[in-house]
Design a binder for this molecule. Structure first.
Ligand code: NAD
Length: 289
């Protein structure tokens, strides 16, 4: 297929390269020349405008920083320049309301569109092992799935437009909560005289077991290899976790959902990020406790 790919940063660069590997003809655009040069080295055809990138495309994939940029890219450029039959796929993490608005505008202009945010970081983007949570009609999902499968290990339909974003922020809010809870438990166990490894051996097979403990342990040297073993470098940056928590709090307010633990987690990550730790993996929150 001929696919236009817009936003070739940390995530989009590897995703576009995987579309090329799967045999697609990828027309690429980014505001950064360095990102475009790398995409060219990976087999994409670079373009100098979104309009030209979308010419003749059967699908458009975007991987952009935030909702304002996503709205601007689609409303100002993609809608109108991509052929009417093209399926539009936004993989960025953005707010639910903007995702729904942009999808409504696209549908009104005669396109099919999905929101398809991802779980998995840069390594999963490069390795083609992302999980996509997709919001949109059955028909749009079916078309997007064929393309997303080249970039991920799982593609799950979450329901109507915006539901992919809803799944993503609810998941990441839960992740932040159980990461902080896990850190608290390890710190308290230590203060009560328990060795962290011993606490892990007990809790990982007891009712406190959770993903932050058994797959991503915040204590160095305990559990499988994780960013804590590398001084909290790499992994999922605190700044990105905070971005997702802010989106979650915004959505909770709009939906009138009670999220006392999510709100507390957001405020703890605000403090940690504000203290200059935005580049550290989010499990480094244990340093603050
Ligand atoms: P990034 O900043 O590395 O990449 C974004 C790219 O978009 C940049 O190359 C930038 O030049 C380009 N861009 C910005 N405005 C543009 C425009 N108007 N037209 C064309 N290109 C434009 O960010 P990233 O880490 O790749 O993240 C992208 C999205 O993926 C974000 O929404 C983020 O929340 C989400 N995400 C990131 C991770 C991660 O681990 N990095 C994990 C899951 C989801």
């Amino acid at each position: 297929m001929r696919i236009a790919f817009i936003g070739l940063g940390n995530m989009g660069g590897g995703m576009a390269a995987n579309l090329v590997k799967a045999g697609h003809d990828v027309q690429a655009f980014d505001l950064s020349q360095a990102a475009l040069d790398t995409a060219k080295d990976n087999g994409c055809t670079p373009f100098t405008s979104i309009k030209d990138t979308c010419e003749g495309a059967e699908a458009v994939v975007t991987m952009l920083p935030n909702g304002e940029i996503v709205r601007q890219v689609y409303v100002d450029d993609v809608i109108g320049s991509a052929p009417k039959g093209a399926v539009l796929i936004d993989c960025s993490t953005i707010d639910v309301a903007t995702a729904r608005q942009v999808e409504a505008i696209a549908v009104g202009a005669g396109y099919e569109m999905v929101d398809a945010p991802v779980s998995g970081g840069i390594a999963a983007a490069n390795g083609g092992t992302l999980t996509f949570m997709v919001g949109g009609t059955e028909s749009a999902f079916g078309r997007a799935k064929l393309i997303l499968e080249a970039m991920g290990k799982a593609v799950i339909h979450a329901g109507d437009a915006g539901n992919g974003q809803a799944a993503k922020i609810c998941n990441n809010m839960l992740l932040a909560i159980h990461m902080i809870g896990t850190c608290e438990a390890f710190r308290m166990a230590e203060k009560l005289g328990l060795d962290p490894q011993t606490f892990y051996d007990i809790s990982s097979v007891s009712s406190g077991q959770n993903w932050s403990m058994t797959s991503y342990c915040p204590v160095p040297g305990v559990g499988p290899q994780s960013p804590s073993d590398n001084d909290y470098q790499g992994g999922f940056a605190t700044a990105l976790m905070l971005k997702d928590l802010r989106l979650a709090m915004e959505a909770a307010e709009t939906a009138d959902a009670a999220t006392p633990m999510g709100a507390r987690a957001a405020s703890i990550y605000e403090d940690f990020n504000g203290a200059g730790n935005g580049g550290l993996d989010f499990s480094a929150i244990i340093k603050m406790l």
